[in-house]
Ligand binder design. Structure first.
Ligand code: JBQ
Length: 272
């Protein structure tokens, strides 16, 4: 996969040389090209932003440098191909595992992270006449710019590429992969020593009863998902559970609600 990133802070993307993504690059599985947006400015101050039309706070990224940058990226790639342009923005669609999988299936991605209040809308609209454009957000919190969102997205995408993850870290049971019962958080994990600072590893894990261990882990996962992600509980399909698991769910106060068509907590109603 080829990845181009146009940014005013190429050094912010240095982590792409490290760890999993860095190794994928070194192996030639990922071909990353970083570009400084300011190379496409034409004034002596290398200006990339200006005040917003209509007034208001902050600055907006000017269209001309972005237009020239995207022209140049397009021209530098494989003849006759276009990249999918990914624009990290808080107003984009949620960046999910499903979107990561979709993007991982493409051979060429170009990222356009913005600083300031965003990029002049015409850049996105004009780009969309030439290539697929995906505007996506990594979450509901405020960042200073899209560069960190690019790091998040590239890591999530790169680990899905064939041959990038070793067998030991295979992604077959990722919590958020789409499909049956993927909407379950992982429960707690333990390693040696069996006692540490007076705290013991749950006895069941030392018992050697693989069936009971699997059941316990499943129950822990249910409890954790209910506590931290009731929105995921609401996505659980009715028929995904064994009789034993349904008992465990009812101990947690979770029961199938026929009128709502989903699991509901009898103890503390799930917020709408
Ligand atoms: C985000 F993608 C971006 C880009 C700039 C700021 C952001 N803030 C929050 N979530 O995904 C984001």
């Amino acid at each position: 996969m080829r990845i181009d990133v146009v940014t005013i802070f190429p050094e912010y993307l240095e982590p792409l040389n490290v760890s999993l993504v860095g190794k994928a690059r070194a192996r030639g599985q990922l071909d990353v090209h970083l570009h400084d947006l300011r190379q496409w400015t034409t004034d002596i101050h290398r200006t990339v932003d200006d005040t917003p039309y209509g007034g208001g706070p902050g600055m907006v990224m000017k269209p001309e440098p972005w237009g020239a940058a995207l022209d140049s990226v397009l021209a530098a790639g494989p003849e006759g191909e276009v990249p999918t342009l990914v624009v990290p923005t808080p107003s984009g669609r949620p960046f999910t595992q499903e979107l990561a999988q979709d993007l991982a299936s493409r051979s060429w991605l170009a990222f356009a992270p913005a600083r300031y209040e965003g990029i002049d809308r015409r850049v996105i609209e004009e780009a969309a006449t030439r290539m697929p454009v995906v505007e996506a957000s990594i979450g509901d919190y405020v960042l200073a710019g899209g560069e960190v969102a690019v790091l998040v997205m590239v890591e999530a995408i790169a680990r899905l590429l064939p041959g990038v993850l070793g067998n030991a870290e295979s992604h077959r049971d990722d919590s958020f992969a789409p499909g049956a019962m993927a909407d379950l958080l992982e429960g707690p994990v333990y390693t040696k020593p069996a006692e540490w600072r007076g705290r013991e590893v749950p006895e069941i894990l030392l018992s050697g009863h693989h069936g009971k261990i699997a059941q316990w882990r499943r129950e822990q996962a249910f409890a954790r998902t209910l506590a931290h992600r009731p929105d995921l509980v609401a996505r659980w399909p009715r028929d995904a559970f064994t009789k034993k698991e349904r008992e465990a769910l009812s101990v947690l106060g979770l029961a199938w609600d026929d009128s709502a068509g989903r699991f509901r907590s009898a103890v503390e109603p799930v917020e709408e």
